[in-house]
Write a protein that binds this ligand. Structure first.
Ligand SMILES: O=C(O)c1ccccc1N[C@@H]1O[C@H](COP(=O)(O)O)[C@@H](O)[C@H]1O
Length: 200
């Protein structure tokens, strides 16, 4: 794994999954929550099967029943669960399993990493997947310490500034690497990774 953790989310096409892997993404997300980017189980399983072991596959959920989250994760061979709902610690505990990374996504900037039992905190905009940024540059924002991901309105043109301003351990993007809503652009994926992690 590289210094900066980069997740590209909302993948629906094999070609784009391959581009993410070749360009150096650390994680690839499949959206199971209702969205323009939702994939069905068969598609997610087929796409996840293309991803090498060193790249984390992530299932994205929002307020879905535990049984559904567990079933889709297992059925599709997904390595991590990203939760955008208001699940409590029991929910995280129930999902904990060998080799499964739990990611808590929240738009509340003052949470304590790990407090619900998550392995990784993701600070996102109030409307996840909308491409709208939140005010991570505000002097009122106190970035967490340790490992956390920044998301919300990131794109090739602002990601470096966002990392330098917040000190985020990793970044996550969906809209900012699309040519139109729900359609990924190989050029933007490569540009995002290059901008986030410039070659030395
Ligand atoms: O991408 C979606 O449609 C989505 C739907 C429901 C929950 C989360 C979703 N995506 C997450 O949103 C951020 C990226 O947002 P942006 O488009 O780059 O602003 C990322 O965490 C995705 O996993």
């Amino acid at each position: 794994m590289s210094d900066l953790f980069i997740k590209i989310c909302g993948l629906r096409a094999a070609r784009d999954v391959d581009t993410c892997v070749e360009a150096g993404a650390d994680a690839i997300g499949f959206v199971f929550a209702p969205s323009a980017r939702t994939v069905d189980a068969a598609t997610a399983r087929r796409l996840a099967g293309r991803v090498p072991d060193h790249v984390l596959t992530v299932g994205v959920f929002r307020g879905q029943p535990l049984t559904e989250v567990r079933r889709l994760t297992e059925e599709c061979g997904i390595g991590a669960v990203q939760l955008h709902g208001d699940e409590g610690p029991e929910y995280y505990e129930a999902l904990r399993g060998p080799g499964r990374t739990l990611i808590r996504a929240t738009s509340q900037p003052r949470v304590v990493p790990g407090e619900l039992g998550e392995d990784l905190l993701l600070l996102d905009a109030p409307e996840p997947g909308s491409g709208k940024p939140w005010n991570w540059a505000s002097p009122d924002f106190a970035a967490p310490t340790g490992r956390w991901l920044l998301a919300g309105g990131l794109h090739p043109g602002n990601v470096r500034h966002a990392i330098e301003t917040t000190g985020a351990w990793g970044v996550d993007v969906s809209s900012g690497v699309e040519s139109e809503r729900g359609v990924k652009s190989g050029d933007l994926i490569r540009a995002f990774i290059e901008a986030a992690r410039p070659r030395r």
